[in-house]
Design a protein around this ligand. Structure first.
Ligand code: LRH
Ligand code: MN
Ligand code: MN
Length: 406
């Protein structure tokens, strides 16, 4: 059945002028980073449900991530969050990752869980608290060096709850001053990815509220600083694919935190709520990967695709596998857009033909293509089923309840 379905798929795509071999190659080399915190117990402000089999420490989180990589073949790196993944010896953590066929991905500092940060971290009016925050960021640069990580991924939770509570412009200055010190400490091959969010935990203003502010900051810091787009961090209605295209064109898109949102920063499984948005993001990326400007092409090549989800009610490893498969599905669909057809319709200013050239790829069934790719990569056809039947799924039950939160 698969063979026949794939043969038909290939024939149809060739007839549409799609280079199927190239599509397959691109899918095989498309990698997705999973977050250590997505394997731990996480919750809402109302409740964190404790699950059986959750990893008890950063080493076990890596083991779970390795299982996701073993079954999907495309998740060779894992993002860490400090201090959630604090260990005595980071070189040992690096070696553990390597032994599992993984590497440490982005290092995420945490400036939102200490009492002192209640009124801000790098934007706090108190210089001693700003110093503490910058020292933590510098510590994370060191951890990135020790673990072989190439990205320092920053989210600044600073903001205020009431008008007049603090001086916006002073805080803007402290933010730049603090990040500039960290930027100067980074080795040449390290990137600083700057993430923004429009609200939460503060509800009146957030110091780094949107992509424009992150972009401005990255411009001021220099070429090693880029913007990170977390798909859940925008007000409803935001045209995320547009800002993605804009940032790529400015060579300032550094990476993604993928997840789904219905309302705000819901952190649900990517592709579960609005798969068309994800598909349209990939359309912009794929379209820019054929840009005439080599710097735009290099920007696209370096995009870090990361998942950032908190699995509150879902079993953690299957939730991560589902997320990876959803991303792959939308990427595969976007690779089936005939860019020449889109261009011709745009040149002819034929609105309906242009929309059709994009949408019809979304409506195609890429199941047979993904099955064949998995077969060629020596992977299970159905990674979800393979995990459910795996020895690993039963083995981790011995960990019991009370694993690591985050
Ligand atoms: C903030 C955020 C950021 C954090 C992560 C746990 O909402 O998206 O990336 O590091 O969640
Ligand atoms: Mn995020
Ligand atoms: Mn978030």
């Amino acid at each position: 059945m698969t063979d026949r379905a794939y043969a038909l798929f290939e024939e149809q795509q060739r007839a549409r002028g799609i280079d199927v071999e190239l599509v397959k190659q691109r899918l095989k080399s498309f990698t997705i980073e999973t977050p250590s915190w997505g394997y731990g117990d996480s919750g809402t402000r109302f409740k964190t449900f404790q699950k059986v089999g959750v990893p008890r420490n950063p080493f076990e989180k890596l083991e779970d991530a390795a299982e996701v990589h073993r079954l999907t073949g495309v998740c060779p790196s894992v993002a860490i969050h400090i201090p959630w993944d604090k260990v005595d010896d980071y070189e040992q953590l690096k070696r553990h990752a390597e032994q599992l066929g993984l590497r440490i991905g982005a290092v995420n500092p945490n400036l939102f869980q200490e009492d002192e940060y209640m009124l801000g971290s790098v934007c706090n009016a108190d210089p001693a608290i700003r110093r503490k925050a910058v020292d933590h960021l510098l510590e994370c640069v060191t951890i990135a060096r020790q673990t072989g990580s190439r990205e320092l991924s920053l989210w600044i939770a600073d903001g205020t709850n009431y008008p007049g509570q603090a001086d916006f412009r002073k805080r803007k200055g402290w933010l730049l001053e603090s990040l500039a010190e960290v930027y100067r400490a980074m080795p040449a091959e390290m990137r600083m990815l700057i993430e923004y969010k429009f609200f939460e935990p503060a509800f009146y203003h957030t110091d780094l509220a949107d992509w424009g502010m992150a972009f401005n900051l990255a411009q001021k810091l220099g070429p090693q600083a880029q913007v990170l787009v977390d798909t859940g961090h925008h007000p409803p209605g935001t045209n995320v694919e547009h800002l993605v295209a804009y940032l790529i064109d400015e060579q300032k898109l550094g990476g993604f935190h993928f997840n789904s949102r219905k309302y705000a920063d819901d952190d649900l499984i990517v592709g579960a709520i609005n798969p068309y948005e994800l598909f349209l993001i990939f359309f912009q990326i794929i379209s820019a990967s054929a840009d005439q400007n080599p710097q735009v092409r290099t920007t696209v090549e370096k995009i870090a695709y990361m998942i950032d989800q908190s699995h509150n009610i879902e079993p953690k490893i299957p939730a991560m596998i589902r997320s990876v498969l959803n991303i792959q599905t939308q990427y595969a669909k976007a690779l089936l857009i005939n860019l020449e057809e889109v261009r011709a319709a745009q040149d002819a200013q034929d609105v309906l033909a242009a929309e059709d050239a994009v949408r019809k790829a979304f409506e195609m069934d890429v199941g047979p293509l993904l099955t064949v790719i998995r077969e060629e990569m020596g992977l299970p056809h159905d990674p979800m089923k393979a995990f459910a039947e795996s020895a690993y799924a039963s083995k981790i039950l011995a960990r019991g309840k009370g694993g690591a939160s985050w």
